[in-house]
Design a binder for this molecule. Structure first.
Ligand code: DLL
Length: 445
């Protein structure tokens, strides 16, 4: 563990620490951020009402639109001259979301990333191949400084140029790779294509995040890169990567949220009411220690649940894998759908790999979903120019027809939506070039 004392702090002490920090925070933001003064006043909340972390539910939420309305520096609690770095989050449209850091914030950022990388299996002296994008995105530079703090030698490769990534992995023999799960899939596929065996590399751990992923992708990445793959979660507004991390020896049981700095809640996505541990809802964070741009109850829009793990090595709470973002949820003929639900079902078919796309169209008033999914390499022999298996080919191969029907039925039985399944030959679905990959192509108006 990078910081054993804090990572294993007794829960009662953790609560006391969080309470002290929350009281400080509300005093600061009420005094320094006009948005919070107004929001507290409108809700009739006095700073003195907040005595402990248990009072957090009284506070108002902060939403992404509030950041946009106060673009670029409306949430600052310090003069601009005291800033040490500025990042922007990957906004889809309009103004980007700006996040700013003081020197102390950067120190905190490195600390939580160092904790995360250590939990992922990295040890001082190892080499870290960092394929998260460098730039305004928090992924590259955030992981970089955390890796250095842990005592790793960081190779700042950034995303893209997959061939060069592979040459560097082979030549430098890095033990740790950090990238998006979809880019890890791309690198794995490229290794296979070039006939490079895993014995030519020296990878041991992959630290994957920045987009939702499931066990199927974990299995594929672990096999194709010869690693233990764990989840790193984070968002720019809260700090960047390193808000939570899965421990490599507790895989599949959730990711530890470093709750001495980031206090999590899960709330009902419609009412905002706090939900009990274990129930799925929107993840909300209060940054307890951030200086330049702290946020009170920041509404992430990410859907998951949180709970303590009595068997865990650390005392901090764990979050489940993110199912998706509330704003990415598709509503198909009245049924809510996250693409990860389909991904989980694909995992049950050995003939398929989790390279897939959901193509949504409208025919008349009906929403239609086509699942395009790749056959595993052994099934990819019979491809035509578009990579789509034509009806003649399917006739030739009844097994494939049966396979697509089986997946269609499984989707219908589990999710309740009929979808057309199109089996694609190996390597025919667009792959990640390093950044975040969208699995959904929504062609509706
Ligand atoms: O994606 C920070 C990051 C960089 C995390 C590298 C992990 C690794 P943003 O660009 O602000 O920050 O995007 C944040 O990405 O609200 C989630 O919707 C999604 N996200 C991030 N990590 C995960 C993950 C970075 N492990 C948004 N699983 C978040 C699922 C994730 N979704």
């Amino acid at each position: 563990m990078f910081n054993k004392e804090i990572e294993t702090l007794e829960l009662t002490e953790l609560r006391e620490l969080q309470s002290r920090r929350l009281v400080n925070l509300v005093n600061t933001v009420y005094e320094k951020v006009p948005f919070y003064k107004k929001a507290f006043d409108e809700k009739g909340i006095k700073v003195s009402d907040i005595k402990s972390i248990n009072d957090i539910h009284k506070l108002p939420f902060t939403k992404k639109t509030d950041l946009r309305d106060n673009y670029p520096f409306g949430f600052l609690t310090v003069p601009e001259s005291e800033l040490a770095r500025i990042h922007c989050s990957s906004g889809t449209t309009g103004k980007p979301t700006v996040v700013a850091y003081t020197e102390n914030d950067l120190e905190l950022f490195s600390e939580v990333v160092a904790r995360s990388l250590a939990a992922a299996g990295a040890k001082p002296g190892m080499k870290l191949h960092n394929a998260y994008g460098y730039g305004l995105f928090t992924g590259g530079i955030g992981v970089h400084y955390g890796g250095e703090k842990l005592g790793l030698s960081v190779i700042p490769v950034s995303g893209g140029m997959t061939e060069r990534q592979i040459n560097l992995l082979r030549d430098f023999k890095s033990e740790v790779i950090c990238c998006t799960p979809s880019y890890a899939q791309t690198i794995g596929a490229e290794l296979k294509k070039r006939g490079i065996s895993l014995s030519e590399l020296n990878l041991k751990y992959a630290v994957l995040g920045a987009e939702p992923w499931t066990e199927g992708i974990r299995q594929q990445v672990e096999e194709s890169l010869g690693v233990v793959a764990t989840n790193i979660f984070g968002l720019s507004e809260v700090i960047g990567p390193g808000v939570s991390q899965e421990a490599y020896d507790e895989k599949g049981t959730g990711s530890y949220i470093w709750e001495d700095h980031f206090f999590p809640e899960v709330v009902d996505r419609y009412t905002g009411e706090p939900l009990p541990y274990g129930e799925e809802g929107v993840l909300v964070f209060t940054t307890l220690t951030k200086e330049a741009m702290p946020f009170v109850r920041y509404w992430t829009n990410d859907i998951c649940s949180i709970d303590y793990d009595q068997q865990g090595s650390r005392t901090h709470i764990k979050m489940s894998a993110i199912k998706g973002r509330a704003d990415d949820m598709l509503i198909i003929r009245g049924v809510n759908l996250f693409h990860t639900q389909v991904e989980e079902l694909i995992h049950d078919f050995v003939e398929l790999v989790p390279n897939y796309q959901l193509v949504v169209t409208k025919q008349g008033i009906m929403d239609k979903v086509e699942v395009k999914v790749e056959l595993s390499q052994n099934y990819g022999k019979s491809q035509n120019v578009n990579g789509v298996l034509t009806s003649e080919m399917v006739n030739e191969n009844e097994k494939l027809s049966f396979l697509s029907k089986r997946l269609g039925k499984k989707i219908k039985d589990n999710i309740g939506i009929s979808m057309n399944v199109t089996l694609m030959a190996h390597n025919q679905i667009p792959k990640s070039e390093g950044g975040k990959l969208s699995r959904i192509v929504d062609l509706r108006e």
